[in-house]
Write a protein that binds this ligand. Sequence first.
Ligand code: PLP
Length: 419
Amino acid sequence: MPMSQDFKDRLLTNLPAITDHFGTPFHIYDETGIINTGERLKKAFRDVEIFREYYAVKALPNPEILKIMQQMGFGFDCSSGSELLLSRQVGGRGDDIMFTSNNTSQKEFEAAARDGGCILNLDDITLVDKVPEMPELICFRYNPGAERHGNDIIGSPEESKYGVSKDQIVTAYRKAQERGARRFGIHTMLASNELNYEYMVTTAQMLLEMIEHIQAELDIPFEFINIGGGLGIPYQPDQQEMNLEAMGRETTELLKAFKTRNGYMPALYMESGRYMTGPHGVLVVRAINRKEIYRTYVGVDACMSALMRPALYGAYHHIDVVNPQDPAKHEIVDVVGSLCENNDKFAIQRELPVVTDGDLIIMHDTGAHGHAMGFNYNGKMRPQELLLKTDDSVELIRRAETYDDYFATLNFERKSLKI
Ligand SMILES: *Cc1c(COP(=O)(O)O)cnc(C)c1O
């Protein structure tokens, strides 16, 4: 169940006009779908005293998308200086921004403190002494190690570079308190693209148990738990979607039980990227070449610079051929770009209706970690991004890259060192 039928219907009706006007290739995002998912998320957690989604900016770092998140009351999860700038550009300030960096530099700490600051999430105990100024509100990213299993994309917590270990966590909060922190939160991020909602509930439970453990040692109340992102979406047509409502119900029960035991309910934060926008974006390309050697290749006018996931993780992205000449006639093909790497393939040995040069092809679920992951290797450019708005108008929200962009970093003041 990839791209929704509703998005497909609205897109296909207008696709000829859109491709005539903007040309191909492009990613196009569905504002209606994003808003519906956001409202569904809020509804699933409506009985939590304070719930907030911090959209993971790295999934789709476009100001127009961030504005949609902001209109729904969401904050921004950032992990780089550029993402902080983007979030502040659309008006994110202070508690609207959670900064979850790792291997953090002094420059990043300075960027985090600028323009009204943000919620600082420290990735290591040594950083307590390296933050130029300890903010009043501080959070640590917790890594439970061997106690929990991760999954394929993110790896097992024990082998992951992120977070503060179980042995260090109480000391980390004590040290932060000694440096002047007065308000506290705890964060973790253990899975990626997880379709089993129970994993997420267990994560919330783990954090709630951890804060009871820390409170017993340090007597500090916790304002929030942040269970991270990683909520999965079904990329394959036969996959079931994650049961968000059950996750909401069971997590709320845990928070209520915590309140009964401790007299207060911490806020629940999450930082979904993929879940919020993944299914609400597609990459539209045109078939330009057909090649038959040992296999049949359908060559399209975009390459992995527009979508890295298949090459990087062997990820499946569902593909539709728009109005094939003979819908009943199928064949097995590789769908490829033009980059000089043999893994520049959007699909490998996929059964599709027979594609003719000029056909439009839609690749599903590119609304998160799609355009954003693209690169310029081999001098390939990243495509434009469009937004299909709730009133059915289509807006260009990022232009395609040009050769001038590629050459921009070669335009600089010469410097040299004679030794
Ligand atoms: C990438 C990332 C996310 C978002 O992950 P999704 O799988 O898109 O939900 C959230 N939090 C942190 C810290 C991340 O690095």
